[in-house]
Design a protein around this ligand. Structure first.
Ligand code: BG6
Ligand code: MG
Length: 223
């Protein structure tokens, strides 16, 4: 019988590790410079969204304009603050049981790629000790347009030579699930947020006890 799941694509932030709070505190610190208080609610909309698109949204919400040069300087500063925090990550920051699932994929010869919108993805992967696990790493440096555009995931599927309708994308962000759906992938939402869960094909709260069978059955039953 042909396998339902031929390949997998993993988002990084919120799926294999948790750095959303670090992005949040850095953006909040930046916005505070012009007196804007970035709320947790608004911050949710930044999940999965590229650095540039995130800054544009924050500027729009705070009714502030900036030249391209100023924007570049703002992004650079935010990123420095963010990287100071990323530097403290260790393999203990890999989300619990995620490695068990990767091990199962390896045992079953199912290829998998990283599909992260972050330009810091390789640094983060190294900090949490996952670099060697990924043969294919696609990140924010590989595409011009970020999620919800599906290009990044499409590139990952092309690299693995997998059929998109049999490739599962694991994502914690609404923008990422939208990208997966637009690209014709099987979309599995991950984590606590409600919005991605509403539109995905199947949902996982955590990696605990998750096996290939869990995901295959979930996708079959829910669809
Ligand atoms: C995504 C995060 O993984 O990467 C977003 O969910 C972030 O919040 C985006 O804006 C870009 O990250 P970076 O590291 O390139 O600034
Ligand atoms: Mg994410």
């Amino acid at each position: 019988m042909e396998k339902l799941i031929q390949a997998c694509i993993f988002d990084l932030d919120g799926v294999l590790t948790e750095t959303a709070h670090l992005h949040y505190s850095s953006w909040k610190r930046l916005a505070a410079e012009w007196g804007f208080d970035l709320s947790p609610e608004l911050n949710k909309q930044l999940k999965g969204v590229s650095r540039k698109a995130s800054l544009d949204l924050i500027l729009k919400w705070s009714d502030k304009t900036a030249t391209d040069e100023e924007k570049a300087e703002m992004m650079e500063r935010k990123n420095q603050w963010y990287l100071e925090e990323v530097d403290k990550l260790t393999p203990n920051d890999c989300l619990p049981y995620a490695i068990d699932f990767l091990d199962e994929l390896d045992r079953n010869n199912i290829p998998y790629a990283l599909g992260s919108g972050s330009k810091n993805a390789k640094t983060i992967l190294a900090k949490i000790g996952l670099t060697q696990r990924f043969k294919w790493i696609l990140d924010g440096n590989d595409v011009q347009i970020g999620k919800p555009n599906p290009k990044l995931f499409i590139k990952a599927a092309e690299a693995m030579n997998s059929d998109r309708s049999k490739t599962v994308v694991f994502e914690d962000a609404e923008a990422g699930i939208s990208a997966a759906l637009k690209g014709g992938f099987l979309a599995v939402s991950f984590g606590r947020d409600e919005e991605p869960k509403r539109i995905s094909h199947f949902h996982l709260n955590s990696w605990e006890g998750v096996s290939l069978e869990t995901v295959e059955l979930g996708l079959l039953i829910e669809n």
